[in-house]
Design a protein. Structure first.
Length: 134
């Protein structure tokens, strides 16, 4: 992401779309999550779980296009499927009662995090498919 950010800054003709801006946001977002996790704050768990679940759902929702256009963009099937499995396993790990309670996250907060993440991920993926965002 840092390399992409530097290339973007050097490019005179590049436009920053919504997806590009989100990827650059991670430059500041990831250190904040790690700080919150280090301090054992519930928001660290909430943000990390939401991010992991978002990635998992987004990748699942794009399985069909990935395989349909795999020959055109030369996608690596093994890495794609492995990333889905890693996101699923990490989401499950974070969801366990021992881990969430370690960060003082209550069951109600866990459920709310899932619901909000599902709604936002669904809206994001629909906007991508509809061409509202690029």
């Amino acid at each position: 992401t840092i390399k992409s950010f530097i290339q973007f800054l050097d490019c005179a003709d590049c436009k920053a779309g919504f997806v590009t801006l989100l990827s650059f946001l991670s430059l500041g977002y990831v250190p904040v999550i790690f700080y919150l996790l280090w301090k054992k704050r519930p928001w660290g768990w909430i943000l990390l779980f939401a991010d992991t679940l978002f990635a998992f759902i987004s990748k699942i929702s794009f399985i069909y296009p990935f395989f349909k256009y795999r020959n055109i963009h030369h996608g690596d099937t093994t890495l794609f499927l492995l990333s889905i499995l890693i996101n699923a396993a990490f989401s499950y790990f974070l969801w366990t009662t021992n881990i969430s309670s370690f960060f003082s996250v209550r069951p109600k907060t866990r459920r709310q995090t899932v619901i909000i993440t599902l709604v936002l991920t669904g809206a994001y993926n629909l906007m991508l498919v509809a061409g509202i965002i690029d």
